[in-house]
Structure formats: C-alpha cells, structure tokens
Design a protein around this ligand. Structure first.
Ligand code: FAD
Length: 307
C-alpha cells in the first residue's frame, strides 16, 4: 500500500506528489491525463516566477519535476470508486485494478461547461476562453462577449470591462441570475451591453480567430450578430466528483468540502485544487493546496502510526 495515494495528476496532484515524496514516504499518483487542464491551455502568464509559458510545456515541467523523485506515476487510469476502510483506503480503477493508500489525496480537478455551439471547439484558445483571470489581459482594448449571466458570468463581465474596450453579456433567461449587488455594478458600467432572453447560436471566425458571435432573440426568433474578438464562456465549472457521490461530503455544486488543512469528511482523505471548495481556481492556488494536502497527509501518518 502507498503511504500517500494521489488521485489526479494536474498541478495540485503534482505538488502533492513532490511534497509527499520529499518526506521519504511511499507515494503514488494515478491520473486519467497527467498534466490536467494545463494541457488544454495556451499562454500561462500568472504562475509566479515564470513570466510566460505555454500549457503543454508547463505540463511537461510538472511531470519532470515529479519524476525527479521516487513517485509511481500511473497515467491514463481512471478512478471509479473510493472505498474508505479502517486502516487502508481503496481506490478502484476503471480497468478493474484496486490501489490502496494509508492516506489518499483527491485532486481530480474540474472542467468548464461548454456551450456546445458551432465555433466553440474550433476557436478554443483562438478567441474562445473560459477563465477571465487567466485570459482577460490577452483581450486588452478588444471587444468581447461573456456567455452566462450567473454570478461567474457577471463577475467576469465586470472584471473584463476594466480591461477590454467593450463587453456584451449574453444570458439565456429573461433576467440575470447573479446577486443583485453584482447586477447593479454591471449596469453602472458604460462599456457593457446586457442582452437577456438570448440563445447563443454560433461563435464565428475567419478560420484563424474569433470575429463575432450570433444569438437568437428568444422573444422574436430574430438572429443577431455582434462583431468582436473574444468570447468568454461562463456557464459553470464542473468538479470531477461524479465518482465520489455518496462517499464524502460535497458542496451543493459538487465540490469536495475541505478545511484549511485540506481534510475532507473522511479521516485520512485529503483534497486539493479545483475539485474542492477552494474559492478561486488557478494553477498557483492548486499547487499551494496540493502542498498543504500532502503535509496534512504526512501529519496524519505520523499521528496514526503511534497507535
Ligand atoms: P486539473 O488540472 O483539472 O487536473 C485534474 C487531474 O485529475 C488530471 O490529471 C485529470 O486527468 C485527473 N482526473 C480527473 N478525474 C479523474 C479520475 N476519475 N481518475 C483519475 N484521474 C482523474 N490557471 C492559471 O492559473 N493560469 C492560466 O493561465 C490558466 N489558464 C487556463 C486555461 C484553460 C483553457 C483552462 C481550462 C484552465 C486554465 N487555468 C489557468 C486553470 C488551471 O488550469 C486550473 O486551476 C488547474 O489546472 C487546476 O489544477 P488541479 O490539479 O486542481 O486540476
């Protein structure tokens, strides 16, 4: 059995692996796709001390750093169930295998919900973006649209309005669903247009980059087109916890509930990164959380080995 078994090989899992291995304890990482979301990222400009890099390059660096230590990396393996036990916690894999850990760190991350309209996949990273903290500055002085009028969409629109030339917020429902204070703030901004009762139908481009967005007015059926350079899809970030439902405490959004030490509702099981209730989902935050979870797991091990 592993002393620390980590499920998920993104920035959080990689950091947890390095911190655990540096304690000289048996460490394993099982991941569906080692690297995680950064594999789908182009420019990364906010990982402190690295002025500029690209996602796949960052993922390679993560893997090389982990491989510098004695860590078992089990890539392209999906975990399907977590089975807590008295001494050992089991992780069941889709291939039928079972891994065991004295402690487990869950770092399975999250995924952005797609709008699933023509142009979205084609122009991902070519004008279609999901993370305003990450990609907002790339659209400085340009025109963008935000799809989604919930809290994250309205927060994104307010944030972007301070950077870009103009923001068109498109909401499917008749009213914005965000908190009133955010909606008031958004409505006070001069460079924001709010469109409600509108269904996004297409993200258009010139073959290279996004050049506009089309939406259908749900009241009239009329299709409108807005010329712009960027589209931020803000209709939800879904934590990868489907496989954990019923085993440990999840928030109403499906995120793993953790305390300041990364402890979940099951003793010996810790969690880190985008999969948790941590308020902001960023690489630098996930990495810090991975370190916290590994140190907490180590602390748990030295306390429980005394009995
Ligand atoms: P993830 O990176 O999501 O990694 C999750 C890991 O778990 C993966 O290895 C995955 O394969 C694995 N996994 C999932 N389910 C299972 C399972 N059942 N069994 C086994 N393994 C599983 N952040 C920034 O700070 N700066 C940026 O510029 C930036 N740009 C971004 C651009 C895009 C397009 C996207 C999508 C995200 C961006 N982010 C950025 C956010 C950043 O990528 C995440 O905050 C970060 O990757 C979270 O790390 P994580 O380790 O928690 O999860």
């Amino acid at each position: 059995a592993y002393d620390v078994l980590i499920v998920g090989g993104g920035p959080a899992g990689a950091a947890a692996a390095i911190y655990a291995a540096r304690k000289g304890i048996r460490t394993g990482v099982v991941a569906e796709r080692f690297g995680g979301q950064v594999l789908d990222t182009l420019a990364i400009e906010n990982f402190i001390s690295v002025k500029e890099t690209e996602g796949p390059q960052f993922a390679t660096a993560l893997e090389q750093h982990v491989k510098a230590y004695d860590v078992d990396i089990m890539n392209v393996q999906r975990a399907e169930a977590l089975v807590p036990g008295d001494k050992l916690i089991e992780v069941k894999l889709a291939n039928g295998g079972v891994l065991k850990g004295k402690t487990v760190i869950l770092s399975t991350g999250a995924r952005w919900r797609n709008v699933n309209v023509p142009g979205e996949q084609e122009y991902k990273n070519k004008g279609v973006a999901y993370c305003p903290h990450c990609d907002g500055p790339l659209f400085k002085g340009k025109r963008v649209s935000v799809i989604g009028g919930g809290n994250s969409g309205v927060e994104a629109a307010i944030d972007l309005a301070g950077i870009v030339a103009h923001v068109t917020l498109i909401e499917f429902a008749a009213e914005l669903k965000a908190d009133a204070v955010l909606v008031r703030k958004l409505k006070s901004l001069p460079n924001v247009t709010i469109v409600t009762s509108a269904q996004t139908t297409e993200i258009t481009g010139d073959g290279q980059r996004v050049n506009g967005i089309s939406y259908k007015e749900r009241d009239t059926g009329e299709v409108k087109h807005v010329e712009l350079e960027g589209v931020f899809v803000q209709i939800g970030l879904v934590p990868n916890t489907e496989w954990l439902k019923g085993t440990l405490a999840l928030s109403k959004h499906g995120e793993i509930e953790i305390d300041a030490r990364g402890q979940t509702s099951i003793p010996g099981v810790f969690a880190a990164g985008d999969v948790t209730t941590v308020p902001f989902k960023q690489i630098v935050i996930a990495v810090g959380a991975g370190a916290t979870a590994a140190l907490s797991a180590f602390d748990h091990l030295i306390r429980s080995s005394a009995d």
